[in-house]
Design a binder for this molecule. Structure first.
Ligand code: HMG
Ligand code: MG
Length: 304
């Protein structure tokens, strides 16, 4: 029986990243028709925000080199948002050409990862994003900003909260309406989550503008999510079946599984609008397409 905990939000927006974060790191290249079916099935499961792909350099992320084909052929459902990642003006041009209305830029909190993931310095990434934001906002697009390596970096180790704040503030100042704080390599723990969220709020960022993006490498994603909900966060990123990772951070594994998130939220009496049975079926199907089983505990439990 659902049992509430005091102090949690009444509703939570699930920001599904499976088709993008999930598939960007798979060894097998998933055919574009399978990606389209994946997205349509996620919509049928009740998900209302689905990050579909990335308009990045196709050589940098070959798994998503079919982004233009996928987006131009996508059957859209009213009331569903289909954001895409865009790193630079070239990516924005591609997105605008195809009528995309929601984009996300992605910054690094650390110098090393900015270099490895974007081929830019910390300052250089902001210079690259500035015209993207200016033009995207003028065209009426919504722009989310990611900050990666918020809780630790494989090359630099611990990442000071002030450093994450600085990059996050820069993205908000450029005009991002939402900031997603990424634990790219899944090393964070709940006390750190609380500390980071409170530091943003103390600096004047409304909690409603903050989302969390946990990878589950060390099994902390659900605990970290609960800590974030207790701070008032109402947007949580997750990936169906726990797919995910980052090709430029080898130690990154799958995202928090959407099924695990839905199980927790429904158990807390927070309605998600997601049909869990249908979602598990979708993830089992996707896992078969990928030739490996889902790491999600809930998928495993409900599909046995
Ligand atoms: P670069 O090599 O510095 O690019 O890469 P450039 O600006 O020097 O341009 C070089 C050539 O690439 C040019 O072509 C451009 O037109 C072309 P040429 O004139 O030589 O023929 N080009 C492009 N072509 C297509 N689409 C584009 C594009 N941009 C340039 N958008 C770049 C810089 C940013 C492009 C590259 O580093 C890149 O694509 N990086 C993407 C890496 C990536 O996607 N990583 C995974 C996503 S981030 C993540 O997963 C973390 C997250 O989940 C949160 C978390 O977990 O923390 C979001
Ligand atoms: Mg990620």
């Amino acid at each position: 029986m659902p049992t509430a905990l005091a102090g949690l939000p009444q509703s939570v927006t699930i920001y599904e990243v499976g088709p993008r974060d999930g598939l960007q790191n798979e060894r097998v290249t998933v055919p574009v028709e399978v990606k389209a079916e994946f997205i349509e099935r996620l919509v049928a499961c009740g998900l209302r925000t689905i990050e579909t792909t990335s308009f990045v350099h196709p050589k940098w992320v070959p798994q998503l080199a079919d982004a233009d084909v996928l987006i131009s052929g996508l059957r859209r459902t009213d009331g569903v948002r289909y954001p895409v990642l865009v790193p630079n003006e070239r990516g924005l041009d591609r997105a605008l050409e195809l009528g995309v209305t929601d984009i996300a830029i992605f910054a690094s909190a650390t110098e090393t990862f900015a270099q490895k993931n974007l081929n830019r310095t910390l300052d250089g990434q902001i210079a690259m994003f500035e015209p993207v934001l200016r033009r995207a906002r003028a065209a009426g697009l919504t722009v989310r900003g990611y900050v990666s390596m918020c809780f630790g970096d494989p090359w630099e180790g611990d990442v000071p909260v002030g450093q994450v704040n600085r990059v996050g503030r820069q993205l908000l100042d450029l005009g991002c309406t939402e900031l997603s704080l990424g634990d790219t390599i899944g090393v964070g723990t709940p006390g750190q989550v609380r500390e980071l969220l409170r530091s943003f709020v103390a600096a004047g960022t409304p909690i409603g503008a903050l989302a969390v993006h946990f990878h589950d490498t060390y099994g902390q994603a659900l605990a970290n999510t609960l800590a974030a909900l207790q701070e008032g966060v109402t947007t949580v990123d997750s990936s169906a079946g726990g797919l995910g990772g980052c090709p430029y951070a080898e130690s990154a594994t799958g995202n928090l599984a959407t099924e695990d998130l839905v199980w927790q939220l429904e158990g807390l009496g927070i309605d998600t609008g997601v049909d869990l049975t249908a979602l598990v079926r979708t993830s089992v199907w996707m896992a078969q397409e990928l030739g490996r089983s889902s790491p999600s505990k809930v998928v495993q439990a409900l599909s046995e």
